[in-house]
Design a binder for this molecule. Sequence first.
Ligand code: ADP
Length: 611
Amino acid sequence: MRPAPAVDFSPGGEPRRLRRRALRILVPIIALGLVGTALAALALRRTEEDRLDRALDQQTVAVERTLSAEMRRYSTSLQDIAGAVGAQSRLEAAEFNAITATTNRQRLPGATGVAFVVPAGDAPITAVQRFWRESGNPGLRLRPTPGAAEHLFVVMAHPIDGVGDAVGQDMAASPQATAALRKARDTGQVAISSAYRLLRDANLPAARQQLSFVLVAPVFATSPGAPDTGRFRGWMMMGVRGGSFLSEAIGRTAGNTVAVTLIDQTAGVLKPFGWWRPAAPIDRDRAARTVAIAVPQGKWVVAVEATERLLPDADLHLDLVAWGVGGVITLLLATLTGTVITSRNRALRRVDAATAALRDDIERREAVELQLRQRETELVGFAGVVAHDLRSPLARIAGYCDLLRDEAGPRLDPEHRDYLERLYAGAQDMRSLIDDLLNYAMAENQDLVTTEVDLNRVVAEVVRERVNGQGVLQPKIVVWPLPSVEADATMLRQVLDNLIGNALKYAPAGEDPRIEITGRPVDGGGWHIEVADRGIGVPRDQVDTIFEAFTRARGSERYQGTGLGLAIVHRVVERHGGEVGVAANPGGGSRFWFSLPPVRCRVPRPGSPGG
Ligand code: ADP
C-alpha cells in the first residue's frame, strides 16, 4: 500500500495542517506586537500623566502666590489709607477725597470703592449725621438698619468702579461685614469678611450681581494735636467683587490652562464665590488641587482644575500615536511573516508533489525493470533451449563434414575442397556461438551450487586445455598462488576460462602470448584475482561496454569471437556478490580482474608461481 501523502491535497483549498502551523506562528507574533504596543502606550500615557500632574501642581502654586500677593497688596493699600485718615486731626471730605484718590492710580481689579465707616455708639443718629454733614458732606443721610445692636454708618466713600452709592448705609445690615468690622476693631488689624452680596449691589440686575467680600482696616487717631489721639475712630473699608478680583488677578497668568474657583471658609463653611472659567474644556480625569490663600484674619482656599490646554502638546495623545504606530508595525510584521510562511508552505507543497511524482516514477521504472528482467530471462532461456536443440544437428553437420574431408578430400578438385573447408569452419563457428549461448543462459538462469573451489587447480586445468590448442605459439604463463573460494565450480571455471582464453587470443599477431595470473587479499576480506596480458589492449572508452552481451571492442575484428565471453564473466561474478573490471597494463596489454567477497574465499597455502 502506498504511504499517506505528507500534505492533504484535498481539492479547493489550503491544506489544513499548514494553515494550523501558520496560525501557530502568526498568533504569538500578533499577540506580542499588541502587548508591546500596549506597554509602550501605557508608558507614554504614564509619562504624559506625570507631566500633566506636575504642570497642574506648578500652576496651582502660581495661582496661590498670585492671589496671596494680590491680597497683601489690597490690604497694604487699605492700611495706608487708614493710616492717612487716622493722621487727620479732623477728617474733612476734601482730605478724604485727596487721600483715597491714590486708589485711582493703583490697579485694584474688582474693588468697588473705599469707604470710611464709623460706629454710631451711644450718640443719637441725628447727632452723628450732623457731625459728618459739617465735615464737608452736607447731603449726608444716614439710613440706620432697624433693630441693629450697633449702627455702623458709611459716612464718606470714594467709588472706584462707579457702581452704586454707599454713603449713608448702615453696615449693620450685613452680618458678614459687621463681623469683619468687629474683628478688625478688636484686633487692631486688617480683617476680611466672608463672602456675601454687597449691600450696594442690591439694585443691580441678577446677571451682574456677584458675591464679594470687604476688607476692613481699623482707623486710630494718630495726629498729635487731635483731642482723640490714640483712640479708635472707625474703619476704612474696601469692597471687592470675588469674580472680578479672581479674573483680573490670575486670568492673565493662568490663561486657558486652568480653571480656578475661589472658596471662602472664613465663616466655617465652604462657600465658592469667585470663578475663572477659560474657554477650553476642563480635564475631568485629573483631580482638582486645593490650596489655602493667605488672607487677613480669614480663611480662603482655591481649587485649581486642569483644562485640556494645560500642556501645549498634551492633545497630541502620544498613547494613541503609540497604538497607531505599534498597530501598523504589528500589521506589517504579521503580513511579512504571513508572506514568508505562505511562500514556504507553497514550496513545501511543491516539494511534496514532486516527491510523490518521483515516487510514482520510481515505482513505474521498477515495474518496467522487473518486466524487462523477466523478458530477458525468458529470452535467455529461449536462446538456451534453441542452442541446445541446434547442438545435435550441428554436431552431425560438423561430423559429416569432417568425414567427407578425410575420405573424399583427396579426390576433390581444389575448388570443391575449399567449399568443404568453409562449410566445416562455419559449422565450427556456429558451435562456439551455441556453446557460448548455452553458457550465458546457464550463467543467467541456473541455480548456484557452491562448493569449495581451489582456484590453483581450476587455473592449471584451464591453462592446460587452452595451451594445447595454441598451435605453433609458445605462450608464457605465470601463475601465482591463488586462494580456495566458496563458489559454483562450473561457473567459476567459465570465468577463468574466458579471461585466460581472451588473454591468449588477443595477443598481437605473430607474438607469443604472455600472461600473469595473481590473487591478492583485499582490505576488509575477500580476494582480488587478476589476469594480466601483453595483448592488444582495450580502448579506454570501451572498458565498460565490453562486459555487455554481443559487444566487441575496436581492433578485435580480425580475432574470432562472439562477444559473449565477458558478459558471462560479469553475470557469474555478479551472482557471487563480486565485481569485474579491466585496466590498462603498464607497458602494454590489459589487466582483467574480478573480486569475490570474504565468505566466498579461503586463505591460500604459501607457494611459488608455476608456468
Ligand atoms: P569475444 O568472443 O569477442 O572475445 P568477449 O566477451 O570475450 O567476446 O570479449 C569482448 C571484447 O572485449 C572482445 O571482442 C575484445 O574486443 C575485448 N577483449 C576481451 N579480452 C581482451 C583482451 N585480453 N585483450 C584485448 N581485448 C580483449
